[in-house]
Design a protein around this ligand. Structure first.
Ligand code: FES
Length: 159
């Protein structure tokens, strides 16, 4: 019987696999991810997709919670500007995205860890390249080291 401890590398030497939380709009990016899958396009398995009816449903708290609970990156995917099924949901997303980026920067979270993409249902290839690119960039950064504790973050953003 093999000694399990001998075969395990120390945590610092183990290959780092980023954990990316993706919030995808039901009408576009989620379908694009589905299309990528059915078209057998390979993309990194590091993404956990959460389907929402519109990117405008992504509350800033969702993003902060994802980081606080161990995500190394957060990706938001929505319909192209002008194509939102709820008129202006993605414009709201865009405004929030720019604000959140500032907040995250102040918290010591690098820009590459938070990304917004407009990807229509027909753009399976684009969802694949966005995911792969983000995973590589976050992998290069290494695991997220939060300066503040998750409780502090929640307190800071509580309204
Ligand atoms: S319905 Fe897709 S972003 Fe609003």
């Amino acid at each position: 019987m093999r000694n399990r401890q001998l075969s395990r590398a120390p945590l610092s030497q183990a290959a780092f696999e980023p954990r990316i939380v993706a919030f995808f709009c039901n009408w576009c990016t989620y379908l694009a991810a589905d299309l990528a899958g059915t078209s057998r396009m390979k993309y990194a398995p590091n993404v956990r997709v959460i389907r929402l009816m519109c990117s405008g449903r992504v509350d800033p708290q969702f993003v902060l919670d994802a980081f606080a609970q161990g995500a190394d990156g957060v990706l938001i995917g929505g319909c192209h500007p002008g194509d939102c099924h709820y008129q202006e949901g993605n414009y709201k997303t865009l405004r929030r995205y720019h604000l959140l980026k500032r907040v995250l920067r102040q918290m010591g979270i690098e820009e590459e860890r938070f990304r917004l993409e407009w990807i229509s249902a027909a753009e399976g290839d684009r969802v694949r390249s966005a995911i792969n690119d983000m995973v590589e960039k976050v992998r290069a950064l290494g695991p997220l080291q939060l300066e503040a504790k998750p409780e502090d973050i929640r307190e800071e953003v509580a309204v």
